[in-house]
Design a protein around this ligand. Structure first.
Ligand code: NIG
Ligand code: FE
Length: 424
């Protein structure tokens, strides 16, 4: 395959058309074309429209002669590939034992205070070789691909020291080179206060700024910088200090904001011009209004609320307040060990009062916007990367309706078939 592909006769072509984040009411319009067709040339979409209209001006045989692969999507809905804009996909070790403690009633933060939680994964990730991490991450990415994900964000943050943070970011670069799915890397050296720095948050922020960040930026190892802005982790002031420095050094900003308690992370995201504010379970009305006005994408992670048995973020309210909402998995070994896109659809639609259309927007064009990639992927528009999924059903409405089951039959990345449910 050379990245030349036509997908024709789609019962619904759900284009999600647009080149920037969709806010509020805009999230409901999926810009659907019936009996649709997409033409992808050398990995880039060159035409989108009704099959009859596109084929009218040309002879189908020309496409065959031009070396195009052809997929007949009769009776199937076609959508842009999903963008999972918040994950921690590179990590070693598991926390299955801690999961059973949480089922018994122990809280996520209590487990972390006892040296488990993120610290448990830090120990395993420090001990793992880069090759091991690449192998683990690659397999995880294969699983994500099977759910229709064509672009994914991945964070460091299980090193909490110079060498391991760099190792995690190098690992993501390497997986990105070897795997068709695109990975956008985020430097999250301030994911927790390492045990060596207990009680010395400011000194650790200095270390991250002075010792780790210069290598990350000089070697172009990440596009974003993120921090866990949380009570007993990093304060709003410490987060502001680190993130402004990151911005100065050319990194774009994300924040783990108001996840466990209401600390003002959403307000900070708006103040410093973050691309996204993530989690937001406890975001205040003011924080929500600030991010809506500032055009910060509100990235909601319902799998984490579900897994931690916490109340969901106020997704309905945020959309009604004109926010641009994205949804993502937060795949990580602790608070949400799941890369399941069907789970996210189920929780968003059945438990957060988000419509199917809004949820699709949140996982496509708004997911792309959360990575500052809305001009490149996240919709089926001419000029964008040829990233698409073909469902096994005629309508996008089957996505949440077939509860917890992936409806994705084929995944196309840059015009190439990278997953087919029926080919093993
Ligand atoms: O997004 N909040 C902090 N970070 C992750 C969890 C990481 C972990 O538990 O390993 C989160 O919930
Ligand atoms: Fe996270």
């Amino acid at each position: 395959m050379n990245g030349n592909l036509i997908i024709k006769n789609a019962s619904q072509l759900v284009t999600c058309s647009g080149f920037k984040a969709k806010q509020g009411k805009e999230m409901s319009d999926l810009h659907i074309v019936k009996d649709g067709m997409v033409v992808i040339e050398h990995g880039i979409i060159t035409a989108v429209g009704k099959t009859t209209d596109i084929l009218e001006g040309s002879d189908e045989a020309d496409f065959y002669a031009g070396g195009f692969d052809i997929i007949d999507a009769s009776g199937k809905a076609v959508l842009p590939g999903f963008v999972d804009s918040h994950t921690h996909l590179v990590f070693a070790g598991y926390r299955d034992e801690e999961f059973s403690w949480r089922l018994r009633g122990d809280s996520y933060i209590d487990i972390m205070k006892k040296g488990g939680g993120i610290f448990n994964t830090v120990r395993a990730t420090r001990a793992a070789s880069k090759e091991e991490l690449i192998e683990i991450g690659r397999k995880r990415l294969d699983s994500m691909t099977s759910f229709g994900v064509t672009t994914v964000e991945g964070k460091s943050g299980y090193g909490l020291d110079h060498d391991t943070e760099i190792k995690q970011l190098e690992t993501m670069k390497e997986i990105n080179n070897r795997h068709p799915v695109d990975i956008v890397s985020t430097f999250m050296g301030a994911h927790a206060v390492p045990q060596e720095y207990t009680g010395r948050q400011d000194a650790y922020i200095d270390y991250v700024i002075e010792r780790v960040m210069p290598d990350v930026t000089d070697r172009n190892l990440a596009e974003f910088c993120d921090i866990f802005c949380e009570k007993n982790v990093f304060s709003v002031q410490q987060s502001r200090r680190l993130l402004l420095k990151a911005k100065e050094n050319g990194l774009k900003i994300k924040i783990h904001a108001d996840e466990i308690v209401r600390l003002g992370g959403a307000e900070l995201a708006a103040e410093i011009g973050a691309v996204s504010a993530d989690h937001l379970l406890h975001a205040s009305d003011k924080g929500i209004s600030d991010i809506a006005k500032a055009g910060v994408v509100a990235t909601l992670l319902p799998g984490t609320a579900f897994s931690l048995k916490e109340p969901y973020a106020r997704g309905r309210y945020m959309i009604d307040m004109n926010c641009a909402v994205a949804l993502a998995t937060d795949l990580n070994p602790g608070s949400c060990f799941s890369e399941s896109i069907p789970l996210i659809f189920a929780l968003a639609t059945l438990h957060m009062n988000i419509s199917t259309e809004e949820a699709i927007t949140a996982l496509t064009i708004n997911g792309a916007a959360a990575l500052d990639l809305a001009d490149k992927t996240g919709s089926l528009d001419a000029g964008k990367t040829g990233d698409a999924i073909i469902l096994e059903y005629p309508s996008y409405k089957f996505i949440p309706y077939h509860i917890g089951v992936s409806t994705v039959e084929k995944v196309i990345k840059k015009g190439k078939l990278i997953f087919d449910k029926h080919i093993k």
